[in-house]
Design a protein around this ligand. Structure first.
Ligand code: COA
Length: 177
């Protein structure tokens, strides 16, 4: 399930972002602090172009990741997505389910027309995840991210509302609040 971010989620965010396997593909390279995370949460409350959800396990209500929109542009009906799942939960389908819920929220509630995502070309898991929920690679920004002493290409993926509408018949039994 997706729900709003709570102060107590900060401990989870810090733990996840301390994991280089998670922070590197997100281009996070500065040390994270509790105060920094608290400020970030306060900041997103004020911003009109950012929406963040905590992803929680439906049964246990335990936070397992977060996801959201940034650069929301209501005039042109577009936004970019971001997602992370705590490492212990990888490979169980949580990422796919959460991203599916997120884009459904974007199209059905925010009235977006286009949702984009930037993915490091070497991040195969994330590419697979995006393609699974209907994103398609539209462009490549060469050498645009520097990680582990080398440049990587960044791929630009997107999904249009029309493509999502064609797929939505398959979206069942998902809870969003
Ligand atoms: C990317 C991420 C959100 C995926 O979360 P997840 O819960 O593991 O996702 P899923 O379990 O739904 O798996 C997604 C797909 O990746 C595939 N996958 C798993 N391990 C893989 C690997 N080593 N290489 C390639 N694909 C892999 C899965 O098989 C699945 O595809 P399939 O269902 O068609 O088989 C998670 O790995 C993460 O948080 N990574 C770090 C942050 C990040 O990269 N965020 C995305 C930035 S754009």
């Amino acid at each position: 399930m997706l729900r709003g971010v709570r102060r107590k989620d900060i401990q989870y965010f810090l733990k996840w972002l301390d994991d280089p396997e998670i922070s590197k593909p997100l281009d996070r390279y500065l040390p994270m602090s509790e105060i920094g995370e608290e400020n970030w949460i306060l900041e997103i409350e004020r911003k009109k172009d950012v929406i963040v959800f905590t992803i929680v396990d439906k049964k246990t209500r335990e936070p397992i990741g977060n996801c959201g929109f940034h650069k929301i542009d209501f005039k042109n009906q577009r936004a970019e997505v971001g997602i992370l799942i705590g490492r212990e939960y990888w490979g169980k389908g949580y990422g796919s389910e959460a991203l599916e819920l997120l884009i459904s929220y974007g199209f059905a509630q925010l009235n977006l027309n286009s949702i984009a995502s930037l993915v490091v070309s070497s991040n195969e898991r994330s590419l697979r995840l995006h393609k699974k929920v209907g994103f398609k690679v539209q462009g490549r920004m060469r050498d645009s991210i520097f990680v582990d002493n080398e440049f990587h290409d960044m791929l630009y993926l997107d999904i249009l509302r029309s493509a999502w509408q064609r797929r939505r018949a398959t979206i069942k039994n998902k809870t969003l609040f």
